[in-house]
Design a protein around this ligand. Sequence first.
Ligand code: FPP
Length: 252
Amino acid sequence: MVKSIKRKWQERIKRKQVDYSALPHHIGIIMDGNGRWAKKRGLPRSAGHRAGAQTLKKIVSFCDKIGIKIITVYAFSTENWKRPKNEVAELMNLLEEYLKQAEYELGSKNVVIRIIGNLEGLSSKICTQIIKTQKMTQHNTGLILNIALNYGGRDEIIHAVRQIASKVKTNKLNVQDIDEKQISKHMYTGNIKDPDIIIRPSGELRLSNFLLWQSAYTELWFSSIYWPDFSSADMLAAIYDYQKRNRRFGGI
Ligand code: FPP
């Protein structure tokens, strides 16, 4: 009770500090710390992932409300297949369930849901749900939620290089025309603006193969909070810190 009052106060203070005319356009989130959150409470890791999925819904709704345009979240990496089989299966079930619910809960709030990553590695059941959710929300005009699934930054670059090479081979693209814009266009994220800020909770200080091409000039924000505990006040704190950064993009 005391904790929730403290949080509300923190949020109220942060709400006043943020400049809503200079919000980051695109926020990336590495939703880390679910396992440790569960362990701390004597719960199975799957309970942490479930709590993390609930947090995602809350954070997406909050960001949509304050005017953030794009959120990209890291839900399952190309390396996460190394986890115990039951954890992978639970995560896949949770993702499918999340997409089913999000279609209505977030879709009705005008959110566009897109999946980025290598869909070939996923089960046909989850692919069917992905197609359905994307189709149901594609004409919405609100916040775009990119869910990175079976995603790896290096895998994405390999995929883009293969596509470009094949276009060159079939004379659809000149070697001289390969530039940053072309490469970005072939990333899973397509032509959307690069993330302005990437948030990683849980105390780890690395990108872990997330948005490697897109994060060349992204601001990074780390926090020791586990993802299931991440609140709108934490989001506002990240945005407030971001607004104090001096982004020079290599200039002076
Ligand atoms: C990293 O935390 C998190 C993941 C590998 C999965 C993230 C998934 C969710 C938040 C829920 C499902 C997502 C959606 C979109 C419904 P970890 O498990 O490695 O935590 P740890 O480092 O504390 O062990």
